[in-house]
Design a binder for this molecule. Structure first.
Ligand code: FEO
Length: 450
């Protein structure tokens, strides 16, 4: 049986939902499921946009067959080769051996890495700005490297103003019978999972998302069809604003996230009292036990809020294991521009504060408050004044920081292929320099304009 959703007269969703998947990418719990979106354009030529994860392959092929109604499948546009979208490409070629796969050279190379199709596949290779006419519709291809893999491209139907955005503008969560974001209360019920999806899946690549947003700003977008989550046809600008903030690493709101690691509860009670003191000052707070809540939720929260206080016991002379993992994960996701403070605990040699500070110092533009609270085993009545002082310092930090003497800015070189930014003050990058993301040499870099 099939289950498709009409989007416009010519466009239909032929994807599927997965509510059995425990861990997306083997890392991220998806308690509300996930959708794998694929779209079929029924024009004079038929065009499929991406395939789906292997887990939902049978329904996907039923959907395509039903919607084609005996017509041939002329084109399959492949935007992204991650297997949650491309794993069923081999099945597609078995069902539709005459289909022409439309993709970039990079995607073709990656198809060769995942599959052994040999010459049993027909390609139409496209580059930035190339156009595919399908009858009433005209598709323009735009490269979007590192949103979320290096080969990613998006396509824009200039006839209808529809952006097929690959992973961008996606969200965790099954669609539950709806297809458009405006059919549900997205801001109340789905924004948190959209944020968790963005920050954990694409969050590391803010500059590359900014590059895509700049390209998108030149398009008259009336609809966005992502590879996960809802199709957007209303309030597109509002969702784009969130993407703009997230990819610039700007907090959405003023408030304090307090992730804590506490073996016997002594560090936790200090965090509780701090949270209470901050609330008394009218400051919003949210607390997480890092041993209970998965890092993906805490990372999303730290992208949302302006401040974080990390509270951890010392463990094996280091930072408690789940807190250390969180901080390393934060660095890996490129978090920047936050104000942070620390609470450390240790019964004989509290070192977690210094070590957490070292880990956080690896992130860009972090303002670290001096008032680290040190506990030796348990908080004592006499130390409540120190918690008050820490709360006071955090409250004071919400006021704009006094103008510091600005450090001389370094020259920033931007890779024209993938958007990677590299700080280097010389007039030319060294000849042996290579972009760590796309491996291009110095000839592909330009100095970023101020
Ligand atoms: Fe949904 Fe990067 O794959």
């Amino acid at each position: 049986m099939y289950c498709t959703k009409k989007i416009t007269e010519d466009l239909v969703w032929v994807g599927a939902n997965d509510r059995r998947l425990a861990m997306f990418e083997g890392v991220y719990a998806v308690p509300d499921g996930v959708s794998y979106n694929s779209y079929l354009l029924k024009d004079e030529k038929t065009v499929l946009f991406d395939t789906v994860d292997a887990a939902v392959g049978p329904l996907f092929f039923e959907n395509i067959a039903h919607e084609l109604g005996g017509r041939a499948l002329d084109y399959a546009v492949i935007h992204h080769m991650e297997p949650d979208h491309a794993a069923t490409l081999d099945g597609l070629l078995l069902h539709y051996p005459d289909v022409t796969v439309v993709c970039s050279q990079k995607i073709k190379n990656m198809i060769g890495q995942f599959f052994d199709f040999g010459d049993k596949i027909r390609y139409q290779i496209v580059a930035e700005g190339d156009v595919l006419e399908t009858g009433r519709h005209s598709l323009t291809f735009v490269m979007a490297p590192m949103v979320h893999w290096p080969e990613v491209m998006v396509s824009f139907d200039t006839t209808t103003g529809t952006l097929f955005s690959a992973d961008a503008f996606g969200a965790f969560g099954a669609l539950n019978g709806a297809i458009f974001a405006d059919e549900v209360d997205f801001w109340r019920d789905y924004l948190d999972e959209a944020r968790r999806y963005y920050t954990n899946i694409v969050g590391k690549y803010g500059p590359q998302v900014q590059a895509l947003l700049k390209k998108a700003a030149g398009l008259d977008i009336k609809m966005i069809c992502p590879l996960h989550g809802f199709v957007w046809r209303e309030e597109i600008g509002r969702f784009v604003e969130y993407y703009d903030k997230w990819s610039r690493y700007e907090p959405e709101e003023a408030g304090v996230v307090i992730p804590y690691a506490s073996v016997y509860g002594h560090t936790e009670i200090a965090a509780e009292i701090l949270s209470s003191r901050l609330r008394e000052k009218g400051i919003k707070t949210v607390m997480y036990d890092v041993s209970v809540t998965h890092a993906s939720y805490i990372i999303a929260a730290i992208f949302r809020w302006s401040h974080a206080v990390f509270a951890s016991t010392t463990y094996n002379a280091g930072v408690f294991v789940s807190m250390e993992e969180l901080l390393m994960d934060l660095k890996a996701h490129n978090i920047q521009n936050r104000t942070v403070a620390f609470i450390e605990n240790g019964s004989w040699a509290p070192t977690s504060g210094r070590l957490m500070k070292e880990l956080v110092s690896g992130c860009k533009n972090m303002r670290i408050l001096d008032e680290t609270l040190t506990l030796k085993s348990a908080l004592k009545e006499a130390q409540l004044a120190e918690i008050d002082a820490l709360a006071e310092a955090i409250a004071a930090s919400f006021a704009p920081a006094p103008a510091a003497e600005e450090a001389p800015k370094k020259k920033v070189w931007v890779c024209s292929v993938c958007g990677y930014e590299h700080e280097y003050d010389g007039d030319e990058l060294p000849a042996d320099f290579r972009c760590p993301l796309c491996k291009r040499g110095p000839e592909f870099f330009k100095v970023k304009e101020a």
